[in-house]
Design a protein around this ligand. Structure first.
Ligand code: TYD
Ligand code: MG
Length: 473
């Protein structure tokens, strides 16, 4: 009899090896390899019953295809992230840290749709029905006709869903708790997650129901389980937030039916997640305009302008190697900005600890934040307070010049809307109308540093003149 073969699969990246190893050779994760039956793997059945294929008709690019029907929840921030509502027959993977509010958001979306008269099914693999019900009661949604179940078998779920009217939306909370008979490894392993996701995706495509899979994330923020699930689904949305802050950001990472990097902003309240329709005002609230080391960055998240404060602290170090710490921005970009300031603006930062933080817990990925970060650093180093009614944006080149960025007009418009009077930005390539505020074009980092230092020196001089001279008394 042939010996039952088994593979050793990395639970973090899905790489397969022939023997057990302590550290995955592909992704470098420790202790992530588990033994899984090779026969149950994807493709095993196909290999056993390999037969000749059947030819199918090919089509051209031109042709009439109706735009996919969308299911709008009525939660504006959620609909914005999905690109105008869930697409029927599509699968969305929603990732996020435990306790961030995934289940809360989804039960709210379910209740909204159920109240519109659509069939909505919420399958929880983690919580008992009573727990889900209790949460809905706390949120004041208990009267919504959502269909609930606590179940983990994919076969049972699909059989249940196939009965009666096709649901508009199905929630699977979470994909890591699901298991299918098609694979005989334990629930939560890569093969199980992959096979369960595949079965549910097949169900969504054939039935036309929109399916949302909740995915856990690992310590470093990746969606746990194989990356391959991210490739299989139509959209990947991540729910982010800082434990210390009460607001949450829903970010579209991949979307086959809309723009990526679109964000939705929510606020966690005692009665669930509330929408934040004007995030700039929220990020800027409670700003200390008299402190040095803070610059307001006019950023773009997806298609929406967002104003946020970048704070820097530059302080002499007592350590051999100065500390560099960043919250909400790329540490590599901070190193680059520091290097450019040293090389092209004559600043000496080698003996200083540097801390940079994006206020409010937002994570910025845009290179346009370079100029705001540089302004905050220079302000903190020189002690010169930046004008409180000015915004900063622009990308820093390694040569020290400031490069134009996209959506110039949109950034200026948002800044003007929030009461800012001037902007320090690169010379725009976009031909447009008269800007709504004063634009101080900046072409090189050295001129920005000189301007800030000069303004600081002027202020100090004024202060000294105003102060009575005790030395002469
Ligand atoms: P939950 O949706 O269970 O998170 P996840 O499914 O992502 O693990 O959210 C749990 C957290 O949200 C919990 O720490 C309490 C908080 N919360 C509120 O602050 N207000 C509320 O109305 C609800 C329902 C939860
Ligand atoms: Mg949950």
């Amino acid at each position: 009899m042939a010996k039952a073969r088994s593979n050793f699969t990395c639970q973090s990246c899905g790489a397969v090896s022939q023997r057990w190893v302590g550290r995955c050779e592909s992704c470098g994760a420790w202790n992530s390899i588990t033994e899984e039956s090779a026969v149950s793997g994807i493709g095993a059945q196909a290999a056993r019953t390999a037969k000749k294929g059947r030819a199918f008709a090919l089509e051209g690019l031109t042709g009439s295809s109706a735009s996919p029907p969308r299911i709008m929840t009525g939660i504006g921030e959620l609909d914005r992230v999905t690109g105008g509502g869930f697409v029927a027959g599509s699968v969305i993977l929603l990732g996020g840290e435990p306790g961030i509010g995934k289940s809360t958001l989804l039960i709210q979306a379910c209740a909204m749709l159920a109240n519109q008269g659509r069939r909505v099914v919420y399958i929880s693999g983690e919580e008992a029905v009573a727990q889900v019900r209790l949460r809905a009661e706390r949120l004041g949604l208990a009267s919504a006709p959502v269909q609930l179940a606590a179940e983990t078998s994919v076969e049972n779920i699909i059989a249940t869903l196939s009965e009666g009217e096709c649901p508009a939306l199905v929630i699977i909370d979470s994909i890591q708790t699901m298991w299918t008979d098609a694979a005989d490894s334990t629930p939560g392993t890569v093969t199980q997650v992959r096979c369960s996701a595949q079965a549910l995706i097949r169900y969504a495509k054939t039935s036309g129901a929109a399916v949302i899979l909740v995915g856990h994330v690992t310590k470093d923020g990746q969606i746990a389980g194989p990356r391959v699930v991210e490739h299989m689904v139509d959209a990947v949305v991540s729910f982010e937030g800082d434990g210390g802050h009460h607001f949450r950001i829903l970010r579209s990472v991949k979307n086959r039916f809309g723009a990526t990097d679109e964000i939705g902003v929510f606020e966690m309240t005692g009665r669930g997640l509330g929408e934040v329709t004007n995030p700039s005002a929220m990020f800027l609230s409670g700003r200390d305009v008299s402190a040095a080391g803070a610059a307001v960055f006019a950023g773009i998240e997806g298609t929406r302008p967002v104003l946020v404060e970048m704070q820097a602290l530059v302080a002499p170090t007592s350590l051999g190697t100065p500390r560099r710490a960043v919250v909400g921005w790329d540490p590599a970009r901070l190193s680059m900005v520091i290097a450019v300031l040293e090389a092209h603006a004559g600043l000496r930062l080698g003996q200083h600890d540097i801390y940079l933080s994006v206020a409010g817990g937002l994570r910025i990925g845009e290179p346009a934040a370079d100029l705001a970060a540089a302004a905050a650093l220079v302000s903190s180093l020189t002690g010169a307070v930046l004008p409180s009614d000015s915004v900063y944006f622009g990308e820093l080149a390694l040569s020290g010049s400031i490069r134009p960025v996209t959506h110039n007009a949109l950034r200026l418009k948002e800044a003007a809307k929030l009461g800012f009077n001037s902007a320090v930005s690169p010379v725009s390539r976009e031909a447009g109308d008269q800007p709504p505020l004063t634009v101080n074009s900046c072409t090189h980092i050295a001129s920005l540093v000189a301007d800030i230092a000069a303004a600081g020196a002027q202020k100090t001089r004024k202060k000294e003149q105003a102060r009575p001279d005790y030395a002469t008394q």
